[in-house]
Design a protein around this ligand. Structure first.
Ligand SMILES: NC(=O)c1ccc[n+]([C@@H]2O[C@H](COP(=O)([O-])OP(=O)(O)OC[C@H]3O[C@@H](n4cnc5c(N)ncnc54)[C@H](O)[C@@H]3O)[C@@H](O)[C@H]2O)c1
Ligand SMILES: [Zn+2]
Ligand SMILES: [Zn+2]
Length: 398
């Protein structure tokens, strides 16, 4: 094997990440053998808003955790039981880890695999409560159940040409797309997307790909709203003191939408004069206000069962103050949870390779080195309208 050294991004407690030497991956997780796994040399690995929840100290993530669940790489070693993936393949890794053998995997629900996390259904690389799999903001990583999990790109040269787009297949492009699909977005839909972070922007690009008539994105960060406008979305600055319905009506003439996608999650801020305070239920409540009767609400934004940093006691246990009766009265459908990346990544790869979507441009990818990861985390936390993509070996820059 080429190298036995490895470096990765480590969570060091609230507000701090560093780049350290870490173990070179093995085809095992502790005592559990992973002969079905591969070792990847990582080509790109992205920083995510989901990582920020941990880095802001809003989860029970332990110090020393190797971060990173958005991984694209080249296979350098295959376990004994890997049949259809080969050394040299360039692959996208869905952030969900799935066995391919359990009841949920068999139903395509790979975000809630039953065999990869002893403490609850569902697992991911480098994430609190997600099974202890080592993260991939690093030079090398191990991917279990490789035949099932990996999406192989058809051509190496073409993949390297489009790598800043393809790197988004590990999470945010499928996640934004899933948010729209579960919100019922189709040709002619009027869509509201809460949040103009990378997931919100990916959802906005997905809504356009799905044929939405009008895509409206709301946030309180002007730079992110400008980014949404740059590819044809309408933008609402939520620092204004007006109701969301009125602001939508100014654009469409009607204070309601067909489809609502929550790309914010539990660290949501209030709107208007309250925009500097957290209100964890505000997006879900505005979803029920704004969505027409019979409409659908997609909720890729993350909600937690433990939030030690929440302002009130109920929210510390993930209990939110919802006006659920309104959603009931309007027969809304709600869809939550991890995106089952595998359901979408192949089709979205083709959309990228055939030039149907410019997803890297929509989310404004910036390539950085591994050593620059702490700066990437800080700028992202500061609200930069960027998706930071780490190029740990300098292979993309070259
Ligand atoms: N379900 C999944 O599989 C999945 C996958 C990836 C990310 N996520 C989650 O999606 C969410 C978004 O991720 P991201 O990387 O874009 O994060 P981000 O933190 O960059 O973006 C969140 C955005 O929401 C804005 N915001 C805050 N309050 C708001 C409000 N009331 N209305 C509208 N906008 C508001 C913020 O200003 C910010 O721009 C996170 O919760 C993340 O954990 C879920
Ligand atoms: Zn992610
Ligand atoms: Zn499974």
């Amino acid at each position: 094997m080429a190298s036995a050294s490895n470096r990765g991004v480590i969570f060091q407690g609230a507000g701090k990440v560093t780049v350290e030497t870490i173990d070179f991956p093995k085809l095992a997780l502790g005592e559990r053998r992973c002969d079905h796994g591969v070792i990847l040399k990582i080509l790109t690995t992205n920083i995510c808003g989901s990582d920020q929840h941990m880095v802001r100290g809003r989860t029970t993530a332990p110090k020393g955790l190797v971060l990173g669940h958005e991984i694209t790489g080249q296979v350098i070693e295959c376990g004994r039981d890997v049949e259809f993936i080969s050394v040299g393949d360039i692959v996208s890794v869905p952030f969900n880890i799935a066995c391919g053998r359990c009841r949920n995997c068999k139903e395509g629900k790979t975000g809630i695999c039953l065999n990869v996390n002893p403490s609850r259904p569902g697992a991911a690389y480098g994430y609190v409560d997600m099974g202890g799999w080592v993260g991939g903001q690093a030079e090398y990583v191990m991917v279990p159940y490789a035949d099932f999990n990996l999406l192989k790109f058809p051509d190496r040269e073409q993949a390297m040409e489009k790598i800043t787009d393809l790197t988004l297949l590990s999470d945010i492009f499928p996640t934004g797309f899933h948010g729209c699909v579960t919100a019922g977005v189709g040709p002619g839909s009027i869509v509201y997307i809460a949040g103009a972070g990378p997931v919100g922007l990916a959802a906005a690009a997905s809504a356009r790909l799905l044929g939405a008539a009008c895509v409206i994105v709301g946030d309180m960060i002007p730079e992110r709203l400008r980014q949404a406008k740059s590819f044809g979305c309408e933008a609402i600055d939520l620092r204004q003191d007006a109701t969301l319905g009125d602001m939508v009506a100014e654009i469409t003439g009607t204070p309601e939408v067909d489809a609502f996608v929550d790309c914010v999650g539990f660290e949501a801020h209030g709107c208007g004069h309250d925009h500097s305070h957290e209100q964890p239920a505000t997006v879900l409540n505005s979803a029920m206000d704004l969505t027409r009767a019979g409409g659908q609400i997609g909720i890729p934004g993350l909600y937690v069962t433990e939030d030690p940093g929440a302002a009130d006691k109920a929210a510390q246990k993930g209990a939110l103050s919802l006006r659920f009766g309104l959603g009931w009265a309007k027969s809304h459908s709600f869809h939550t949870g991890q995106c089952p990346v595998m359901r979408y990544n192949r089709a979205l790869m083709q959309a990228i390779l055939y030039g149907r979507v410019d997803i890297a441009k929509a989310v404004n990818v910036e390539l950085i080195t591994l050593d620059d990861a702490p700066r990437g985390y800080a700028d992202f936390d500061g609200g930069a309208a960027k998706k930071f993509v780490i190029d740990p070996h300098g292979m993309v820059a070259a």
